[in-house]
Ligand binder design. Structure first.
Ligand code: PLP
Length: 464
């Protein structure tokens, strides 16, 4: 078995269905709440913003959702993605653990994000939408949406968090190459952006602000809708091609993970990996093992480890419904760490529910220890990880070293959800000792949540 380095599936093994966890959650998901009347949001309320089929999937209790042939046809460009065994990393760590990773960096934009971008662009085009707006942190999601829109002949407008826009010009160029318009956020294009710039013309931006701008742009223009790259159920559903393929790949070599690890920004890539295992092990109870599920986040944006489980908005200008999630407060401005995709104040409500129920465990690391781990990985396995999945690598190394101490030959599976070839500036800063180890202060989180409770005193009374 040690001779196996990678497992590659044939194209006909690209899944034909996405898996939806909603009918299989341990408790019903708390509904999205309309901030104007405190009542649950109805699907119709979301149709102005999102393509209708995405809204249908958002509220669907169907366990298996067919993947349209047109979407599978685009998936064929890079799917199925390989599953690797990190033998050289195991040898370097001298661990008895076996480390496997599913690699999504082979997609043209370089991450898992096109799994949903292609689907969202397809559904939008099919209902006659001419333009999709969105936000992007690191530029991974924006480039994935630009890529998806290009295949179905619609325009993409991407509001890119200003500090990433400046740190990562190559992703902007990639988006423009695929035909998208890219605007640094906060911008003068929207009311939400102008308000922020009035107070601070040099504001570094945040995902929360960029989301507000993209939503405002969509609702103030005809034939324009909005696409989100994480957090919502339909987005996570589209990512389950990852876990379904990984299950099949591990089965081919008679393996099953004891531990599944992924980084979490909004929770879509990690959920895409672990949901199909959750279904088999926790719901059907048919798996040979019940894997431990570990979500990893930055100490600079510690949503799951230090946030509060309550209703909050998904964006800074409070345009989104209230979502029950672990949150750092919608006015959270994270320090400008390099893992731009992990700088979001909330998380997917399904993932938050599973954390609350103790099914998923969370841990946080600072960016210095994360880049140290990423460097070990690059120097053993050769692949350069994006800063986001480097958080998962740090956790995997810790777990593998614990296996060494306890002499436990565990099987670890993690998601390498993107490559870091457009993040070399971050590696440069790390190699030159210029990366600070940010930790977000607890008092600031408490202050944000206190402000939220003052804004909506009735929040405590909502029965969910
Ligand atoms: C490479 C990469 N990984 C992870 C994330 C975090 O998002 P999620 O938790 O939804 O996978 C992002 C978000 O932009 C990303 O670009």
């Amino acid at each position: 078995m040690t001779n196996i380095r990678k497992i590659v599936l044939d194209e006909d093994k690209i899944p034909k269905y996405w898996y939806n966890i909603l009918p299989d959650l341990p408790k019903p998901l708390p509904p999205y709440i309309n901030p104007f009347n405190g009542q649950p949001i109805k699907p119709e309320d979301m149709e102005r913003l999102f393509p209708k089929e995405c809204v249908r999937q958002e509220f669907s209790n169907e366990r298996w959702i067919p993947i349209p042939e047109e979407v599978r046809e685009v998936y064929r460009i890079w799917r199925p993605t390989p599953l690797y065994r990190a033998v050289r990393l195991e040898q370097y760590l001298k661990t008895p653990a076996k480390i496997y990773f599913k690699y999504e960096g082979v997609s043209p934009p370089g991450s898992h994000k096109p799994n949903t971008a292609v689907a969202q662009a397809y559904y939008a085009a099919k209902e006659g939408v001419e333009r999709l707006t969105t936000e992007t942190g690191a530029g991974q999601w924006g480039s994935a949406l630009a890529f998806g829109c290009m295949f179905f002949g619609i325009k993409a407008t991407v509001y890119m968090v200003r500090c990433s826009y400046e740190q990562k010009p190559y992703r902007r160029i990639l988006m423009e190459l695929w035909g998208a318009e890219v605007i640094p956020s906060p911008s003068n294009r929207t009311e939400a952006g102008r308000k922020i710039l009035e107070k601070d013309p040099n504001h570094p931006g945040s995902l929360g602000i960029a989301i507000s701008e993209a939503i405002e742009d969509a609702i103030t223009h005809d034939r324009t809708k909005y696409a989100l790259g994480s957090v919502l159920n339909h987005v996570l559903i589209h990512q389950t091609v990852i876990g379904q393929e990984a299950l099949e790949q591990l089965k081919q070599i008679d393996e099953y993970p004891d531990v599944i690890v992924g980084c979490v920004g909004g929770g879509s890539s990690f959920s895409g990996l672990f949901w199909p295992f959750y279904y088999e092990a926790y719901v059907q109870k048919k798996a040979p093992k019940v894997p431990e599920l570990i979500a990893v986040e930055p100490t600079a944006c510690p949503t799951l480890t230090k946030g509060i489980y309550t209703y909050d908005h998904g964006d800074t200008a409070r345009l989104t419904p209230l979502i029950k999630m672990y949150t750092l407060g919608h006015d959270f401005t994270p320090p400008p760490i390099h893992a731009g995709g992990l700088r979001y104040h909330g998380d997917a409500p399904t993932l938050c529910l599973l954390v609350k129920e103790g099914i998923v465990k969370a841990r946080a690391y600072n960016q210095v220890e994360v880049f140290e781990a990423a460097t070990i990985f690059a120097r053993t396995e050769g692949l350069v990880p994006a800063p986001e999945p480097a958080h998962a690598i740090k956790a995997v190394i810790d777990i593998a070293l614990e296996c060494k101490r306890k002499n436990e030959p565990k099987t670890i599976l993690f998601l390498l959800c993107g490559h870091g070839l457009l993040d070399l500036k971050a590696y440069d800063d790390y190699l030159r000792g210029k990366l600070p180890p940010y930790e977000y202060p607890k008092e600031k989180i408490e202050e944000s949540i206190r402000k939220l409770k003052e804004l909506y005193p009735w929040l405590e009374q909502i029965p969910y």
